[in-house]
Design a protein. Structure first.
Ligand code: PHE
Length: 443
């Protein structure tokens, strides 16, 4: 079967960065950072990126490009008959689960983009009630969720170069531009220094086992690693694409965006004196209130600021959702020899059904819980704190211990290969293992 390819190196990096930069950076990072004490969380998070998640990213690149296959197929090519293929199946499972609940939040974002552009956000006087009424409605969020999944579907069905690469090349620069404009606004708000201090001055008394597990979960989630997303993308990389510099580029862009999102949100939040610790509602309840209060007498600015912010969130969500979709689409397309369009349709329909379940867990199905969590929280927990770290552990262990050494060295093609082998074989698996077991036992 003819496989697609990214047409250029920059396209490959932008698509991978598009996968990494998403709601995880702009919605999940500030939320986690706000609830886990600010600067101390950020420090642990950065360590997790450097020592654990980035090695997993490079290992995924190696697996993907060496095998030129989807995440399940890659183990069949590289380690036929061995049980590593389980890691591929876990990736496909995680892909379905993440995309389902991710699309729910992306659907909310679509609604807020719409509301902010039509002026609806400016006239509201109680954002908490507005948000709660919206997410608990049985149909409105489902409509937006469906529209968002449809957009994702269209890009993925269009193929690697014409769909994913082209979309990332247009959207990523727009996204970076909007971030810098918003940061400029935010850092100039009165009392912004308070927010900057929250992000830069660590208070280690706030660090618990839970904070460390959350930081690791966030590191994996934000870099899209541990479930074969980037292995799938790397299977479309050309031979000349250098894996280590590409990974460094993706991690740098992702980290800059996450920290910048913090610098957009916290100065604004502190500037109007609301709590930084308001959970998932931070960008949907607290922020619109902040926009309104900060620019109350300059409605044009409120309109521009909130409009730009939700467009930013939407673009980021779309470049990530297409990568989650691609994991399962590539698997079904290549394994069952269906056309890309048919494979994509199956993925879209399954995710829509699962997404509806997640969405209803904020309203009429609120009372249904598993281990004390509704479906939405359960999907987030299972993927970010369980499947992704477990997948990351398996991926690193495979590349560090079992994959053909010559092949790994060939793919890495760098003088840092011995250092990376140390990270793959020892540092990342042991680090992930300790945090993982420790964090889960303490539950
Ligand atoms: N990294 C994406 C984000 O930060 C989320 C994601 C997770 C994308 C897993 C693909 C796979 O929003």
């Amino acid at each position: 079967m003819e496989r697609g390819n990214f047409g250029s190196k920059i396209g490959a990096v932008l698509a991978s960065a598009g996968s990494a930069v998403g709601l995880g950076n702009i919605w999940r990072f500030p939320t986690e950072c706000g609830s886990n004490g600010g600067a101390a969380f950020i420090l642990i998070y950065l360590l997790c990126i450097l020592l654990l998640a980035m090695p997993v990213m490079i290992a995924e690149f190696v697996i993907g490009r060496a095998s030129r296959s989807n995440t399940v197929g890659s183990y069949r090519v590289l380690a036929p008959g061995k049980p590593w293929v389980v890691s591929g199946f876990l990736g496909v499972l995680a892909g379905f689960l993440v995309l389902s609940y991710y699309s729910v939040v992306a659907g909310w974002t679509l609604d807020y983009t719409f509301e902010s552009l039509t002026g609806g956000l400016m006239t509201s006087d109680n954002f908490g009630t507005m948000f709660n009424d919206f997410v608990s409605s049985p149909w409105r969020p489902v409509i937006f969720l469906s529209v968002f999944l449809l957009l994702t579907h269209i890009v993925v069905a269009a193929g690697i170069e014409k769909g994913i690469e082209r979309c990332s090349k247009i959207m990523m620069p727009m996204l970076l531009l909007i971030i810098f404009i918003l940061m400029g606004f935010s850092l100039n708000m009165p009392n912004a220094a308070e927010g900057i201090r929250f992000m830069l001055k660590p208070d280690f008394s706030k660090v618990t086992k839970d904070v460390v597990l959350s930081a690791m979960g966030q590191a994996f989630f934000t870099l899209s690693v541990g479930m074969g997303t980037l292995a799938t993308y790397a299977s479309y990389f050309k031979k000349e694409t250098k894996l280590i510099p590409s990974a460094l580029g993706v991690c740098t862009i992702d980290t800059i965006v996450a920290i910048s999102a913090g610098f957009i949100i916290f100065p604004a939040v502190f500037s109007v004196g609301v709590s930084a610790n308001s959970g998932p509602g931070l960008v949907f309840i607290t922020l619109p209130y902040v926009f309104q209060k900060a620019f109350g007498d300059l409605p044009v600015l409120e309109y521009i600021f909130s409009g730009l912010f939700y467009i930013l969130l939407l673009l980021a969500a779309l470049t990530s959702s297409i990568s989650m979709h691609e994991i399962s689409t590539a698997y079904i397309h290549e394994t069952f020899k269906l056309t890309r369009q048919k494979a994509a349709t199956i993925v879209t329909i399954v995710c829509l059904l699962l997404g509806i379940v997640c969405s209803l867990s904020f309203g009429i199905w609120k009372h249904i819980t598993v281990a004390g969590m509704g479906f939405f929280d359960l999907f987030d927990f299972i993927t970010a704190k369980f499947l992704m770290p477990l997948g990351g552990l398996l991926i690193c262990t495979f590349v560090g211990w079992d994959m053909n050494k010559k092949m790994v060295a060939n793919e890495l093609n760098s003088r840092f290969t011995p250092l990376l082998m140390l990270l793959f074989s020892w540092v990342a698996p042991i680090g992930i293992g300790i945090i993982f077991v420790y964090g889960l036992i303490s539950k």
